[in-house]
Unconditional design. Sequence first.
Length: 301
Amino acid sequence: MFRRITVITLALLAVLAAAGFAAPAGTLGTEKNPIIWAFVPSVDTARVSAGSEKVAQLLFQATGLYFKTFIATDYVGVIEALKANPPKAHMASLATAAYILAADQKVAEAALVSVRNGTAFYKGEIVALAGSGIKTLADIKGKTFARVDPLSASGWIIPSLMLKGAGINLDKDIKIVDAGSHPGVVTAVYSGQALAGACFVDARAQVQKDYPDVMEKVVVVKESGNIPNDGVQFHPSIAKDLRAKVVDALLAIIKTEDGKAAINSAYQWTALEVHDDTFYDGFRQVLQAAGVTADVLMPKK
């Protein structure tokens, strides 16, 4: 009988690792040595937790492999878990920019890319509180700005480049608040905690049930260009035959009613495509041209 997958925080994972939990001896994917899959709360944490736990159960039923999922508090937490020796995460579902940083540090390799609304790409948007006087990006100068996370492509990195292009000094001209998720950014702007913010298109729909007038109160100032979707990545140490088994199972699961519901609940993925690291090369070049590197976003302590 499948033992209920426990969703744990990075802090607890670190404690367990110190007690000998991380990477115990034995074949990976057994009950005593489960495959650890790290997620980030890009939407509601409870929703990601429930969805990822259900996906882990379906994977167990399909492969006989045991998985342990955890929801990190931010993207850096997942990258640090991948960088640990031995790794504290064997799989991850990092967003675009965070994945590129992890890949460039040789701790993550792309295997699957998600599909939403029939495409493996999405766009970001900069939003503002209606009536705040913000009509253009330049109007954000002097205002409080909500972002998802320093490593979120649509929730900060691309919007930060857009703001710079509008002549805004990110260190001096705006006050930044971290909302922790895309719906969190929308809520922060809706409530007036921030007068502007950045999220994916259209994160406003994620909070519309609680705030029916969100589309009128939180307005779009400008959209970004196309950004590659997030997906599933593996630590380089994971054997290719094990990766293939998990990938094949996920591709089969998402075609089932239960699997599609679980995966959609966690991350709103409607399909998965097989792609390696080269899928992100175009976006990587955009980041490099803008000077966005691991040294800039993850400075050494």
